[in-house]
Ligand binder design. Sequence first.
Ligand SMILES: [Zn+2]
Ligand SMILES: [Zn+2]
Length: 280
Amino acid sequence: MEKILTDLHTHTAFSPDGKDDISAMLAGAESRGVRYYGISEHIDYDMQLFGETAYDTPYFTDADEYFRVAREKKREYHGRIEVLVGAEFGYTDDEEAERAYRAFIQKYRPDFVINSVHTLKGKDYHSGVPYRLADGSLRPKKEVYEEYFALVKRGIEASFQFDIVGHVGYCTRYAPYADKSATYAEFSEAWDSVLRAVVERGKILEVNSSNKLGVSPTLPDRDVLERYFELSGRKVSFGSDAHFAERILDKREYVVKMLKEIGFTALTVPVCGEHKEIEL
Ligand SMILES: [Zn+2]
Ligand SMILES: [Zn+2]
């Protein structure tokens, strides 16, 4: 059987940190033979709420323009690539942000949504702020990570509709600790509460292959995916989190091999609320 290639987490220059424009990204997807291609531009009410700007540019994607252009492209590529016009929401535990995301879904009807935790009280983990106290001293890893996992768990229970739980373990990527890892062995209780919530809510757990600065090749790492499988989690998606065309499908073969070894037989693709299974 011909292999169906999927990449469900990508950005374009509509996102403040995207490099290549949508035309270059889609041309890159087509030349790599992608069949299901998800565009997931950043929508960061979590930052807006706390008066933070994302990447020194607008708070988030110009959604009007993005959805207009992306839907045109979707039509243009019809029959060649199934372009899924989606969004990556930056989750924060706040009723106002949840309301904003519900309204966003009503207004734009994204084909799918990734729900990701990037921030703690509006500060991206990337900035280093969540790891430190006001006086600049380092907070204990256990405290920071457990707080992060609790936030991810609340995100899974959010009141807005979403499909994929994005890059769980993000707190490790920019951590200032000598040992940045959040292994299942060390954080089993926290991981279990997240993984059980994913299974119970019928969400898709993303395997994110963009973790250059992190400790593991993917987020989450293999030990966590093994536990997810053990807890009867079967819905997984592949996401390169490409911000430029060259990274589309990056490490996909590695991910597919790992998932097969664990026992997974399919990837799940969310298409307008429907979860399609694509054989690995
Ligand atoms: Zn993200
Ligand atoms: Zn992303």
